[in-house]
Design a protein around this ligand. Structure first.
Ligand SMILES: [Zn+2]
Length: 212
């Protein structure tokens, strides 16, 4: 009886593996159990942005917050409100909408304003605006690897700085303007990219970056 249960589970896992495109998780064609496990616990939608989120170019603490944001694991007031741990659910930044992931990282005026300024700063020509769509856009864009790296660092820095801004409002009662947040994002991008810029970046790309 027990044996047949285990057997069914093994078959299930085997079928699941067949559905997943494991090439994403096999660098140099070598399959590793840990990578296979990661593939297994993620669903298809998540797999499509997995590589971008875990891009090593991104500042590690930004990568972590981006990861939690796309998984909707950051503790929003809306969630605490639903679990009856708070009676106040309004966005700490604008004070006029329910604080949900969609609101803070999509339609809060601070976020839209920051994204507009960052897009213009990096000549980032896309109508995409949700974090998932921006990630997918970067993955598919016909841009050099270097440009993609700059966009990923900027996107992750934006999510991180918006979350930082929200926490400053929560813990220190300070509200920052979009201009201050954008300056912080720009500082992050310039510092990070300069410190990891590979030697093989084309001169035209290097010049573009230096002018930012
Ligand atoms: Zn808001």
């Amino acid at each position: 009886m027990e044996f047949s249960w285990y057997w069914k589970q093994i078959v299930k896992v085997k079928e699941k593996f067949k559905e997943l495109n494991l090439t994403h998780f096999c660098p140099n064609g070598i399959y590793r159990t840990a990578e296979g496990y990661k593939a297994l616990v993620l669903n298809h939608e998540k797999v499509s942005w997995y590589r971008e989120v875990w891009n090593r170019t991104i500042i590690p603490k930004h990568r972590f917050i981006l990861w939690l944001a796309v998984l909707d694991r950051l503790q929003m007031k809306d969630r605490l409100f639903r679990f009856n741990t708070t009676t106040d659910y309004l966005c700490l930044i604008c004070g006029s909408n329910r604080e949900t992931r969609e609101h803070v990282f999509f339609d809060c005026h601070l976020r839209s304003s920051c994204l507009r300024k960052i897009k213009s700063w990096l000549e980032w020509k896309t109508a995409a605006s949700t974090t998932h769509k921006l990630l997918r856009w970067i993955a598919k864009a016909r841009l050099s690897q270097f440009r993609k790296q700059v966009l990923m660092v900027a996107l992750a820095a934006m999510i991180y700085q918006i979350w930082w801004c929200r926490n400053e409002a929560l813990w220190n009662q300070k509200v920052y303007t979009a201009n201050i947040i954008v300056q912080r994002i720009q500082f992050n991008v310039k510092y990070r990219i300069r410190s990891i810029m590979p030697n093989n970046v084309q001169l035209i790309e290097r010049t573009w970056f230096e002018k930012l």
